[in-house]
Ligand binder design. Structure first.
Ligand code: ADP
Ligand code: GN1
Ligand code: MG
Length: 371
């Protein structure tokens, strides 16, 4: 049952026991969690994020919090060693009076609070190649800073999150069940999606054979999961750490390209506007590879564009599957929203295929240029 404004304020107050706080205001454009911003009067209006963890997506919120706490503490240590700003460059979780990093509401939902990074912006869309390049730096740095972190100690917060063959099994189940009675209206798109199925095991297969190594990856590298400094235009901080898990660098690179090198929004209805912008692709690859080129194997470098193709396909079948299931996973604003999102992904896949050679040459070229 929906919480009242007073109940949300009381949850925020648990993270600010002595302080007076304002009413938390809904904030941000994520598809999964419910995010609010609140301020503390005793700290001259310093702002904090309050977030309800989506239990449907994350069945074990305490695992999510354990990962997030350990990862942010580790990052803080690395940032200090590198001479960075530990207050702005990673999130700082707040504790409740009982010393926990979460509060539980009457529905059994978990809430957390962390620092709001002042004077920063998160872009849902941006066509500035410099900003996208900065986002590449941020996710590249994220991977390289977590190089020494014990990947095996992380909880798998969403099991088989980027296991695309598993996503196809879920997709088949959604088509067969047709829970919302929508399958007949989208047979064309279902056929297009199934045409890509033979490709689905490409990265998971290379992982199994040992050709690609597991690393600590972010796994949800959308442009709006990086904060950019309002004044300098430099990336400050990577956010949305719920899915930090062992993964492939191809997932991180690929998802960022899928979202940020698309000339249109993820939910653009006019498919003629959906193109792959190779300047944006190059900008991101430049930022990302300048941070991680020394670490990646040649096979990993070659896997980066494969990741872009895979993440676009994976999101395509996830959106379409959710549409068939009756919109039970992603937040939607209108009944066809997931279908619109799915259509953009399949249009982008065509674009990726048309630019394939260029995409591969670009990362190969940049990987040999250090710095
Ligand atoms: P979701 O899983 O729903 O995407 P996020 O953690 O990404 O949740 O938060 C949703 C949005 O809220 C982000 O895309 C960003 O716009 C905004 N946001 C979240 N945390 C911060 C923060 N510390 N500072 C500034 N903006 C934030
Ligand atoms: C979700 O949480 P958000 O909005 O950053 C989703 C991603 C999808 C993305 C599609 C935990 O990301 O996997 O790629 O939507 N996150 C989760 O926009 O499922
Ligand atoms: Mg997000």
């Amino acid at each position: 049952m929906k919480l009242t404004v007073e109940e949300v304020r009381a949850l925020a107050a648990q993270f600010a026991p002595e302080g007076k706080i304002g009413v938390p205001k809904p904030f941000g454009g994520g598809h999964i969690n419910d995010t609010y911003l609140f301020s503390r009067e005793d700290e001259n209006g310093a702002q904090y994020v309050l977030q309800r963890i989506n239990k449907n997506a994350f069945p074990n919120p305490e695992d999510v919090m354990d990962n997030m706490l350990r990862v942010t503490e580790y990052l803080r240590g690395v940032i200090i060693k590198r001479g960075g700003d530990p207050v702005r460059e990673t999130l700082k979780l707040l504790k409740t009076e009982e010393g926990r990093f979460f509060a539980i509401d009457r529905n059994g939902d978990y809430w957390r609070s962390y620092s709001f990074v002042a004077d920063s912006v998160s872009y849902d869309r941006c066509d500035d190649a410099n900003i996208f390049c900065e986002s590449g730096h941020a996710f590249g740095r994220f991977l390289s800073m977590l190089d020494g972190f014990d990947a095996a100690s992380l909880h798998e917060t969403i099991v088989q999150f980027h296991d695309t063959p598993k996503r196809f099994r879920d997709f088949h189940a959604a088509v067969e069940k047709d829970a919302a009675g929508r399958a007949d209206g989208v047979r064309d798109l279902i056929e297009v999606a199934l045409g890509y199925e033979p490709f689905a095991d490409t990265l998971t297969g290379q992982l199994r054979s040992g050709d690609l190594p597991l690393r600590v990856t972010h796994n949800d590298t959308k442009l709006n999961n990086v904060l950019i400094d309002e004044k300098t235009g430099h990336a400050v901080c990577v956010i949305d750490l719920d899915t930090v898990m062992p993964g492939l660098c191809a997932y991180d690179f690929g998802d960022a390209i899928r979202y940020g090198a698309n000339t249109a929004a993820e939910d653009e209805t006019d498919l003629s506007k959906v193109r792959l912008d190779m300047d944006m692709y190059r900008a991101y690859a430049t930022g990302y590879l300048s941070e991680v080129s020394d670490q990646l194997t040649m096979r990993e470098v070659d896997s980066l564009p494969v990741g872009a193709r895979m993440m676009t396909l994976e999101n395509g079948i996830r959106f379409l599957g959710d549409y068939l299931n009756g919109d039970i996973y992603f937040k939607t604003d209108y009944p066809e929203h997931n279908l619109v999102r799915a259509r953009t992904q399949f249009k982008l896949l065509q674009e990726i295929d048309e630019h394939w050679d260029e995409m591969l040459l670009c990362v190969r070229d940049l990987s040999t240029r250090k710095g």
